[in-house]
Design a protein around this ligand. Structure first.
Ligand code: ADP
Length: 638
């Protein structure tokens, strides 16, 4: 019977794996299936909810489309009431009603913003004073003369436009003459305010605005007059009551922006630029509904009556729809975007556009996915706690199994080991009883044999009892100050009778000067008797057994040496396991049950020491028990 291997670490590993396998099959796999079902159910629930919402929304989608269409219809109609002045342009743009717009004349040509105007007939052409000034400047290159002539007209001419043009020519000639300071002073004098401030030239441009830009260029950066000039120019450009043509306004705005002022200075700049971009790209004609333009991502909406064209970027259309609809979940998309959810074509006012539902569904899907994640987390936590509980349960079960097995093994070992000595004692007694006359010598011999078997039985039972106490944690030690020599003597005394037989040479060596140790002397004697017993059992033929006690590196060492069969090195650790035997057949013959060394190990550990073995097959064995000693002088004893 070889019990050791069944209780070894391999056996423990196997039972742990079995518990894990059981957990996997019994707990994890079903839970994973449940989780999968839950996940699947949550997904299909979300899907069916999405479908029913889609159904409900589909009907609403048509209503939304009609509302959107009538919104644009109404907007186009409402815009028809606009007068269409540059002031209206500024107001509409600043009010965020459009990204830009273009007012049209009755003939369909752009009124504001517009492309450059053709010059009108020159009223000065017939005037003698003007012609003289022109001749002086252009033919005779008499600049001082021209300066005087133009200055005269500018001062005396009652008609503002003509006076302003003369002033402009005066300034021009001052510059040609190289007199920058005089030119700057003249600009400020003529145009800083007064009657010439809003005079226009033949192309309808405000002369004062152009002259202010000129002054800005002439004035040095640090000149104290510069900020006022800049402010006045910005004022001109932002004041839509001034009839500045859009081309001039945009040009001047660009120039001013180039000097480094902030873009917010001109709230209408982007709208002016957008309109100019469109006017450059295509002739703006009145149309119907929201139509695409040649400018990418730009849409135009013609007001009823055809006099006003609203310009809108896709994002502005979508934003205005979002705020106006006030219906979360619906959105309007330009042709370039493909909505994620179901969409239908928008009405005739928005050709190519689509109406779709969005956010409601997204929110629904988000809620579903949140729910699914929560389910999964709950599942993970449940599985994890089941695994932990299962592991704890497995551990407890394993311990119970081990104990139950130990009990069975012990019962089997006890009954098996008791059988042999009992049988041989009965045999000896029976054969004595069979004799009619008792032969004194034979009787003595037989009784000696019976006594030997009895001793063996007693030791076996003692070992069983010690083992059982150890297993039940009932083994108590009584530590007292013990003399190593007396422990050696009591162990040697216990085996003496057997060891004194022929063929056995027993040596005992223990110095009485060895330091005392804290020990349970009886328990240590049991240890040595067990080791001596083994030495006797596992040595065949001539036996040489030695029991020694000596001092070595802070420890008292008890060594039991024999010249027996020896133990292979790979077995040196295993022999200390419970019920472990190297050779089962031999053990049966010698009458062991594999408990002796496990008891030895337990007792020595309880004393804070350790057992070692030196052995090779065929070369005998030496078992050493080292116990800590308090003596520090290192005196060795033989
Ligand atoms: P057993 O009751 O079988 O002797 P032990 O626990 O005392 O049990 O010893 C375990 C095993 O160790 C033995 O079965 C034997 O194989 C081996 N063993 C112990 N002492 C010796 C020894 N002195 N020489 C050879 N083998 C030994």
């Amino acid at each position: 019977m070889r019990f050791g291997t069944t209780l070894g670490s391999a056996g423990q590993d196997r039972s742990t794996w079995l518990v894990l396998l059981f957990l996997l099959l019994g707990v994890v796999a079903p839970t994973a299936c449940v989780l999968w079902f839950m996940n699947d159910a949550a997904t299909s629930q979300a899907e069916s909810a999405r479908q029913s919402v889609t159904e409900a929304y589909r009907g609403q989608l048509r209503l939304i489309r009609d509302r959107v269409d009538s919104y644009w219809e109404t907007r186009a109609t409402a815009l028809a009431e606009q007068a269409g002045t540059p002031e209206d342009f500024s107001r509409m743009v600043k009010g965020g009603l459009a990204d830009s717009l273009v007012y049209l004349h009755a003939d369909g040509s752009p009124a504001y913003p517009s492309t450059a105007q053709a010059p009108s007939a020159d009223p000065a052409a017939d005037r003698t004073d003007w012609r003289i000034a022109q001749t002086l400047e252009e033919r005779e290159h008499n600049i001082p003369g021209a300066i005087g002539a133009y200055a005269g007209i500018a001062r005396l001419e009652p008609e503002a436009s003509l006076a302003a043009r003369a002033a402009q020519a005066h300034i021009r000639n001052l510059l040609r003459f190289g007199n920058r300071d005089a030119a700057t002073a003249a600009i400020l004098e003529y145009f800083a305010g007064g009657r010439l401030a809003s005079a226009t030239d033949l192309q309808g441009r405000i002369i004062a605005a152009d002259e202010h830009l000129l002054a800005l260029r002439l004035l040095a950066r640090g000149d104290g007059r510069r900020p006022a000039v800049l402010q006045r120019l910005i004022g001109f450009l932002n004041d839509y009551r001034f009839p500045i043509p859009s081309v001039q306004r945009l040009f001047l705005m660009d120039e001013v922006l180039a000097t480094g002022v902030k873009p917010e200075t001109f709230p209408t700049y982007a709208a002016e630029r957008l309109a100019a971009q469109l006017l450059e790209a295509e002739p703006v004609r009145p149309g119907a509904g929201l139509e695409s333009t040649r400018v990418p991502d730009l849409w135009k909406l013609t007001a009823k009556g055809g006099r006003m064209v609203l310009l809108l970027r896709s994002a502005s259309v979508m934003n205005s729809m979002r705020t106006w609809l006030k219906e979360p979940g619906f959105e309007v998309f330009p042709p370039a975007i493909k909505p994620r959810n179901e969409a239908i074509a928008a009405g005739p006012m928005l050709p190519g556009w689509q109406v779709a539902f969005t956010s409601q569904n997204d929110r629904l899907m988000e809620a579903a996915s949140r729910r699914r994640t929560a389910y999964l987390w709950v599942g993970y936590v449940v599985v994890a706690s089941m695994i932990i509980a299962g592991l704890l349960l497995g551990q407890t079960l394993r311990r119970q199994f081990r104990l139950a097995r130990l009990k069975t093994d012990l019962v089997a070992a006890v009954s098996h080991e008791l059988k042999t000595p009992l049988a041989s004692m009965r045999l000896l007694v029976d054969s004595l009883l069979e004799d009619a006359e008792l032969d004194p010598q034979k009787t003595r011999d037989y009784l000696a044999l019976v006594a030997g078997e009895n001793l063996r039985l007693t030791r076996l039972i003692e070992n069983f009892l010690t083992f059982s106490r150890i297993e039940r944690n009932r083994q108590r030690f009584e530590f007292t100050e013990a003399q190593p020599a007396s422990i050696v003597q009591s162990a040697a005394g216990a085996v003496q009778e057997r060891f004194q037989q022929a063929g056995c040479h027993f040596v005992v060596a223990a110095d009485s000067s060895l330091p005392p140790i804290q020990a349970d002397a009886d328990a240590l004697a049991t240890v040595l008797v067990n080791l001596l017993d083994n030495a006797y059992k596992y040595t065949s033929g001539e036996k040489h057994i030695a029991l020694r006690a000596f001092y070595e590196s802070g420890s008292v060492v008890f060594a039991v040496a024999d010249n027996g069969i020896g133990i292979p090195p790979r077995e040196h650790k295993r022999i200390f396991r419970k019920f472990y035997q190297v050779d089962q057949r031999l053990a049966r013959e010698t009458g062991g049950c594999g408990l002796g060394l496990s008891i030895v190990d337990h007792i020595v550990r309880a004393h804070g020491g350790h057992v070692g073995v030196k052995s090779q097959p065929g070369e005998g064995s030496t078992f050493s028990v080292s116990l800590p000693s308090r003596r520090s002088d290192g005196r060795a004893a033989a």
